[in-house]
Design a protein around this ligand. Structure first.
Ligand code: SF4
Ligand code: SF4
Length: 328
């Protein structure tokens, strides 16, 4: 798989970055040894870059999978707001991944100029940590056009993760076209760009997965694409699309037949925005948090894009028997 240089940092990313949220305990029922197997399989298929964060609960899986393999690149990130918080988070990452130096570390989920100003201390430590040799590359992750435009103006930023997909789902202050304009600014400023949520947290999975992945993977303003996966079949499909290879009939059938499960994560604020958009009345509020009647959900993907907290995901539903089948 083609390597992507991150500026002058010496970090080289694979075109596909493996998003590990889907393998962590929030979204996956896979035992850790099975999850680690999927990560190793992805590496064998040419995916050498892996994305994590403390809230993903997946650093231990990366350590388990790649303890003796230094030839992977890890993109880590933090929601830290202060200098001290960022210092602690980077120290924790170094310990949990058992490294002397981290490849890429990002200020996570920067939504606006005001948000960035409030987190200036965390950004200052990130810059200092790079100067100290603790980090090789730094940057921002954002779900807003404002955040992407801000990143273009920061000279220290090496890599920018932006929510970008076929339908513009999950871009909080704009649409696909306005994020494309922001990506142009990022490229003009010499930044390396990574599209995150190319399937909008699984919301484009049922009807548009192939088209949505091709869109992100071939977009001229996108250097790499972060895709959440949890099975061998998903890895095979994403790698085939990344190489421009046609999907086999079996792979296409797998996409259509795969059962899915809707998950609402604990950071749901109970705003109720998702409830009226569900065509099957599968969503309801209880104890201040949205819940789902799984049996009513037909995985249409309409609820995820309206959630301002990015709390809704559609993931493969694996029973214990299916775990064996899907892992291969
Ligand atoms: S995926 Fe569709 S059917 Fe399922 S809860 Fe969301 S809106 Fe309702
Ligand atoms: S839109 Fe998101 S935050 Fe609001 S109730 Fe639904 S899941 Fe919770």
């Amino acid at each position: 798989m083609r390597g992507i240089q991150v500026g002058e940092t010496g970090v080289v990313l694979s075109k596909v970055c493996f998003g590990t949220l889907q393998l962590g305990r929030l979204l996956s029922s896979l035992p850790s040894a099975r999850a680690a197997e999927v990560l190793v399989y992805a590496w064998e298929c040419g995916i050498t870059t892996f994305d994590t964060a403390p809230s993903f609960h997946s650093r231990h899986l990366l350590f388990q999978a790649f303890e003796t393999n230094p030839n992977i690149v890890i993109v880590d990130k933090s929601l830290a707001r202060t200098y001290e918080e960022m210092e602690q988070q980077i120290a924790e990452s170094l310990v949990e991944l058992d490294r002397d130096e981290l490849d890429v570390f990002l200020l996570y989920d920067v939504r606006s100029q005001l948000d960035f100003e409030a987190r200036k201390g965390a950004w200052t430590y990130l810059r200092e940590a790079k100067e100290m040799g603790l980090l090789r590359a730094i940057g921002l992750s954002t779900c807003t056009v404002e955040g992407a435009l801000l990143a273009a103006e920061l000279p220290e930023v090496d890599l920018v993760q932006v929510v970008f997909n076929l339908t513009g789902a999950g871009i909080l202050d704009g649409d696909r076209a306005s994020m494309e304009a922001a990506l142009e600014r990022l490229k003009a400023a010499g930044k390396t760009t990574c599209a995150i949520k190319p399937l909008a947290g699984g919301m484009l999975d049922r009807d548009h997965s192939q088209e949505a992945l091709s869109f992100a993977l071939t977009h001229p303003l996108v250097d790499c694409v972060c895709v959440g996966m949890s099975t061998h079949q998903e890895v095979d499909m994403v790698c085939a699309i990344a190489k421009g290879e046609p999907l086999s009939k079996e792979q296409q059938a797998n996409i259509k037949q795969m059962r899915r499960r809707l998950i609402i994560l604990h950071w749901c604020t109970g705003c109720e925005a998702c409830i009226p958009v569900c065509p099957t009345q599968a969503l309801y509020l209880r104890d201040g948090i949205a819940r789902v009647y799984q049996e009513r959900c037909d995985w249409c993907g309409k609820c995820g894009p309206v959630c301002p907290e990015h709390a809704i995901f559609l993931v493969p539903a694996l029973s214990s028997e299916e775990v064996e089948d899907h892992i291969g």
